[in-house]
Design a protein around this ligand. Structure first.
Ligand code: C2E
Ligand code: MG
Ligand code: MG
Ligand code: MG
Length: 294
């Protein structure tokens, strides 16, 4: 009986494995096909200087084909990494973003998300990106590499040297998702970022959470000290925006300011003007807040 059960189990395991192998190969094949056919799109989300009410640039966000199971970057990038296709995929996205924005961005910034494992490769910034932007008349100063805070944890000192190297080339660096991961303020300071993008979990309902207000104020003070601009991500409501302006956050991003959109379909200059007229710091009506616990 024991060997019967054993054999049955063995067979079931082999079947499950065969099944998942087939599923895996199909997914990788679909990814390769989408890349070969250049079916990835890039959408752009504006970042607004909250003091002046001006758009300072755009973050490029990748979208897989709508009919694929990797339409969302949260599914796409882990798949590409596992399949060993991260480099060519990121290269394709960068190429597309720079080509689509080149002319527009002479005086603005293009924020590019970079996967942790790609960041570590210096050829990436020196070589590929430099050549790419030169083709479109952009300078490294137009490009901001967004690097998620989670990266910073592994092999911190080599990571710091890599970022230093990027900055020496003229590129700018943003720490993404700050406040949501595990890195200390000291670690962030050592990275000497140009921007610190505060994760949207700290922005959500900030108008009613005294803890989030305190954290955000701390980041603002900290940013001033280390010469980094503070960016609040994921602003969805007017209340959140006004509160962030009041606290002195430098830059805002979120659905309330503008959703990620294909090139040319983003918020119009008129809608931005209305927004900045109504809500920016200084001109905003005093806010009699609401300070209750989170
Ligand atoms: P992220 O870089 O922190 O990007 C912010 C995400 O929040 C984006 O999701 C954006 O669409 C979404 N978002 C922006 N404003 C709001 C808002 O007001 N409310 C809410 N609820 N969401 C908002 P998305 O595009 O799905 O990207 C998710 C993550 O995938 C990004 O987080 C980034 O880490 C990664 N990602 C996206 N595109 C790329 C890419 O081209 N390369 C790499 N390496 N990573 C990418
Ligand atoms: Mg980002
Ligand atoms: Mg972010
Ligand atoms: Mg994020």
């Amino acid at each position: 009986l024991e060997s019967l059960v054993y054999n049955a189990l063995k067979e079931a395991t082999a079947m499950a494995k065969g099944h998942s192998d087939a599923k895996w190969s199909r997914r990788v094949w679909e990814l390769k096909e989408a890349m070969a056919l250049r079916r990835f799109r890039v959408v752009y989300q504006p970042l607004m200087n909250l003091e002046k009410g001006e758009i300072i640039g755009y973050e490029a966000l990748c979208r897989g084909p709508a009919d694929s199971h990797f339409a969302s970057p949260g599914v796409l990038f882990p798949l590409a990494e596992k399949a060993g296709l991260l480099y060519p995929l990121e290269r394709q996205i960068r190429q597309k973003a720079v080509a689509e924005c080149g002319e527009l961005l002479r005086n603005q910034l293009l924020f590019l998300n970079i996967s942790p494992s790609v960041v570590k490769d210096p050829e990436f910034a020196q070589g590929n990106t430099r050549r790419l932007i030169a083709e479109y008349g952009l300078r490294p100063q137009n490009i901001v590499f967004e690097i998620t805070e989670r990266t910073a944890i592994q092999d911190f000192s080599s990571f710091r040297r890599t970022l230093q190297h990027y900055r020496e080339q003229g590129f700018r660096v943003a720490v993404d998702d700050a406040g949501a991961g595990y890195s200390s303020l000291q670690a962030i300071a050592e990275l000497q970022p140009d921007f610190i993008k505060i994760d949207m979990s700290l922005v959500r309902d900030i108008d009613t959470s005294s803890i989030k207000q305190a954290l955000m104020e701390t980041f603002v003070t900290f940013g001033r000290k280390i010469g980094a601009k503070i960016v609040a991500e994921g602003i969805e409501t007017e209340k959140e925006l006004r509160f962030l302006c009041q606290i002195g956050v430098d830059i805002g991003q979120g659905f309330f300011i503008g959703r990620p959109a294909p090139k040319g379909e983003g918020p119009s200059p008129e809608s931005i003007a209305v927004l900045s007229e109504k809500k920016i710091r200084g001109r905003a009506e005093p806010l009699h807040a609401v300070t209750v616990g989170s």
